[in-house]
Design a protein around this ligand. Structure first.
Ligand code: 6PG
Length: 473
């Protein structure tokens, strides 16, 4: 039996875990893996191809194989399973061992686990990893949070396995406690927003100009050569050309229009609401997935709620051009909302995040990588305390330049009855953010009228309540 020979341990040998193990081995590290599923343990060894990998069949063998102090990575589903694994591991652990949770755990769980394990002198880190199966194998974006000293122990390994952009690794220490998992959660919230607004562009093109899949492929491939260049636009172009093995139709047309979710987008919205910080593009993207899930209700309603909608009479290329503007505009506001949430959370939870570093490590390996992140990186490098990306001079000019096309795309959606929820939220956010005056005085008056909730005045300091003369209660 191997004793104290392996540099790292990995618990959870699904595709992500296995790929990350091989990635680590390819960078010179030896790894012992453990999973309750024996088939996965066997497959780790049988696919290892000469790499220094151990597939352990018991926790005892796994622990015994690791160099001390141990570093153990977990890639298991978020929630109760993480606690169950930690509880099983605990009796085997010694002072200074480090456990890294590399799944999509909720940040508050990460804080609790960090504190509980610290009492037993075990270090715990919440580490966000993005990039799917391919990223895990060939270079993900890695978002580690926790004690800085613990990070220093694993930094060389994380840097070597991560994606690189201009030779810079897409990993950095983000902050204490749950900083890494918070940043990963917001990454996913942005991911939801971007995915939905791309879907809206597809919807409007399909409904208004009856565009086919080959042309959709071409439009997205062309967009990916310009300012929209990003992983999500790139894979969208690919998706439209994929043939279905079963029917030989295009696969996209055979997929049920009801989207699922694992919760990270919803967590982003919940956290933002708790911090009184608006992220409407993300909220709307979550709600729109929920609406898509009401498939049967939608089909029934379609029959009942017919409407004489207008048909689009413009040129197809014109609409495609408006939509390119709309996608770009909404992309900027989606990142802007995510970044402003990170800024607020950083203050609230003491993460001390450097938003330029966050933008930097998102430029490669992760699902939301895009050329726009270069602009976001330079915006925060030049002005670390920038209140919102939409007021950065460069990005403000870009928003300004695509506003007309964007509004025309939305107008087309309104006239033709095609829902563009994230695009509309994006525009309302922008128009609201740049309004020095909003009708919230009326909300305050109503609150005071029916509930004596008081209000502040424009002409003097203090808190006021009025005995409204015609109070109807
Ligand atoms: C990533 C992805 C990854 C996962 C999403 C999917 O960064 O690699 O975000 O974490 O694919 O969580 O989320 P939903 O299932 O909620 O769409």
């Amino acid at each position: 039996m191997a004793t104290q020979e392996y540099d790292y341990g990995m618990i959870g040998l699904g595709t992500m875990g296995q790929n990350l193990v091989y990635n680590m081995c390819d960078h010179g590290y030896s790894v012992a893996g453990f999973d309750k599923d024996t088939a996965k343990v066997n497959s780790l060894e049988s696919n290892a191809g000469g790499r220094k990998v151990l597939g352990a069949h018991t926790l005892n063998d796994f622990i015994g194989a690791l160099k001390s102090p141990r570093v153990i990575m977990l890639l298991v589903p978020a929630g109760a399973i993480v606690d169950a694994v930690i509880n099983e591991l605990k009796p085997f652990l010694s002072n200074d061992d480090l456990v890294m949770d590399c799944g999509n755990s909720h940040f508050t769980d990460t804080d609790v686990r960090t504190q509980q394990l610290a009492k037993e002198h075990i270090h715990f880190m919440g580490v966000g990893i993005s990039g799917g199966e391919y990223g895990a194998r060939y270079g993900p974006s890695i978002m580690p949070g926790g004690a800085k000293e613990a990070y220093e122990r694993i930094a060389p390994m994380l840097k070597s396995v991560s994606a690189k952009v201009n030779d810079e690794p897409c990993v950095t220490w983000l902050g204490p406690g749950s900083a890494g998992h918070y940043v990963k959660m917001v990454h996913n919230g942005i991911e939801y927003g971007l995915m939905q607004l791309i879907a809206e562009a597809y919807h409007l093109m399909k409904e208004c100009i009856g565009i086919g899949n080959d042309d959709l492929h071409k439009v997205f491939a062309k967009w990916n050569e310009g300012r929209l260049k990003s992983y999500l636009i790139e894979i969208t172009a690919d998706i439209f050309s994929q043939e279905d093995d079963l029917t030989k139709n295009r696969l996209i047309d055979m997929i049920l229009d009801a989207s699922k979710q694992n919760g990270t987008g919803q967590w982003t919205s919940q956290s933002a609401m708790g911090l009184y910080l608006p992220v409407p593009n993300i909220d709307t993207a979550v709600s729109t997935r929920d609406l898509s899930g009401l498939k049967e209700e939608r089909v029934a309603a379609q029959k009942k709620l017919q409407w004489n909608k207008a048909t689009f009479k413009g040129q197809p290329n014109e609409l495609i051009d408006w939509l390119e503007n709309a996608v770009y505009f909404s992309m900027i506001t989606t990142y802007a909302q995510g970044m402003s949430l990170l800024q607020r959370a950083s203050k609230e939870y003491g993460y001390d995040l450097k938003l330029n570093e966050v933008a930097s490590i998102w430029r490669g390996g992760c699902i939301i990588r895009s050329v726009l992140l270069d602009d976001i990186l330079s915006a925060y490098s030049n002005e670390p305390a920038l209140v919102n990306l939409v007021v950065n001079e460069g990005l403000a000019n870009k928003l300004q330049s695509c506003q007309d096309g964007f509004r025309l795309a939305i107008k087309t959606g309104i006239e033709t009855g095609v829902p563009l929820p994230v695009m509309m939220s994006s525009l309302a956010y922008y128009d609201g953010y740049r309004s020095g005056w909003l009708p919230a005085n009326l909300i305050q008056a109503q609150r005071d009228y029916f509930g004596a909730h008081t209000y502040e005045r424009t002409d003097r300091a203090g808190i006021f309540h009025t005995q409204w003369s015609q109070n109807k209660q």
